[in-house]
Design a protein. Structure first.
Lengths: 227, 139
């Protein structure tokens, strides 16, 4: 019975993801964005059905497992875009080196100022980078990778909602800066938005996201010492 | 007539094989990271292995491109199970949850502002450098 339920959970996750993706592509409504709708619906189903998390995770852990190979897969776009990296090495590395400490420090300091627990402070620290990098950083700094994954998703939604507003407010001249804004602050969700603006914005956003993720993983001992 | 579905099947099969290849690299990397380099997460180590193999020409791009594209396009699906883990933390509902969302919103605005202004300045500097180089080249 439990095995059947676990398999049902996997099936439900896959079907909801597929439906949300289709709906979002057709309508473009922000509430049907798979990033927002699928976790909310699945969490709702698990809560309403009183399904224990270990039952939910029994079969869906295969999906989580694929985050590993997905991190490896980042090598391919980085290799393909090596010309862009070489051409804009200076502004890209400035962007990454500034974005990373600002994201980590402001998350930790704000969390501390709002009186959130140490576990929450730590788990918020890597929230602005892509999920596989964020979860890897979380486990090496003694945070909860699960909580970090949730915060990464909330960050993605925040980035989708705030991105356009900030692009309007800030006096930015280059496409490079617009792409970096979205990639550094809102990882994959920001990159998707940047691709809507233009190809160059998209490439820069994905590069900022990937390089920022790698830099944060390597800075993990520093973050652990700081938090 | 019969060729069209054949091509589609062949393509998905080759994407699947490439995903398997990247998964094997990940398994190898997690072995390596586990026994030699515990400081580097397996995924990042695997990424550098593939990057090196591509740069040295040991691995043709065509052998991993469609698999990588699929993995990255569907990445959202892979982290949904982790987000569902939030049901184990009912204490996050209410005031604490609200404070967390506020932290994320404020920090996101800050990251967006600082990063984009710095990159814009860096871009202007890049143009300046290029112009100076060109002038020196001419004179």
């Amino acid at each position: 019975m439990e095995n059947l339920l676990a398999f049902g959970c996997l099936l439900l996750t896959l079907v909801l993801y597929w439906l949300a993706k289709k709906l979002y592509r057709r309508t473009g409504n922000w509430w049907s964005a798979p990033l927002l709708a699928v976790p909310l619906l699945v969490i709702g189903a698990v809560v309403v059905g009183h399904i224990p998390y270990h039952t939910y995770f029994q079969d869906t852990h295969w999906l989580s497992w694929l985050l590993g190979p997905a991190t490896v897969a980042f090598a391919i776009p980085i290799y393909e875009q090596r010309q862009v990296i070489r051409k804009h090495a200076l502004s890209l590395s400035c962007g990454v080196l500034v974005a990373m400490p600002v994201a980590v420090l402001s998350s930790v300091w704000l969390a501390r100022a709002f009186g959130l627990s140490e576990l929450l402070q730590k788990s918020l620290a890597p929230r602005s980078i892509s999920t596989p990098f964020a979860m890897a950083t979380a486990s090496s700094i003694g945070a909860s990778p699960d909580l970090t994954a949730v915060f990464v998703v909330i960050t993605g939604v925040a980035g989708m909602l705030l991105g356009e507003l900030m692009l309007m407010l800030l006096p930015l001249r280059s496409r490079l800066a617009k792409g970096a804004l979205l990639g550094a602050a809102a990882h994959g969700a920001g990159t998707a938005k940047a691709n809507e603006l233009g190809a160059e914005e998209g490439v820069v956003a994905s590069l900022t996201m990937m390089l920022g993720g790698i830099a944060t993983v390597f800075a993990a001992p520093l973050i652990a010492w700081f938090v | 007539m019969k060729n069209l579905p054949n091509i589609a099947v062949k393509q998905s099969l080759s994407t699947l094989l490439q995903v398997v290849l990247l998964s094997l690299v990940w398994l190898l990397a997690s072995r390596l990271s586990h026994s030699f380099l515990p400081a580097v997460p397996a995924g990042v180590l695997g990424m550098f292995l593939v990057l090196a193999a591509l740069a040295l020409g040991w691995l043709p791009l065509a052998w991993c491109k469609s698999g990588a594209r699929w993995l990255l396009a569907e990445m959202l699906l892979f982290f949904i199970p982790a987000t569902v883990a939030v049901v184990q933390y009912p204490q996050l509902m209410g005031s604490i949850g609200l404070r967390i969302v506020l932290v994320i919103l404020l920090s996101t605005v800050l990251v967006m502002t600082v990063t984009s202004l710095v990159v814009d300045a860096g871009y202007k500097f890049e143009i300046l450098l290029k112009r100076r180089k060109r002038q020196h080249g001419v004179s």
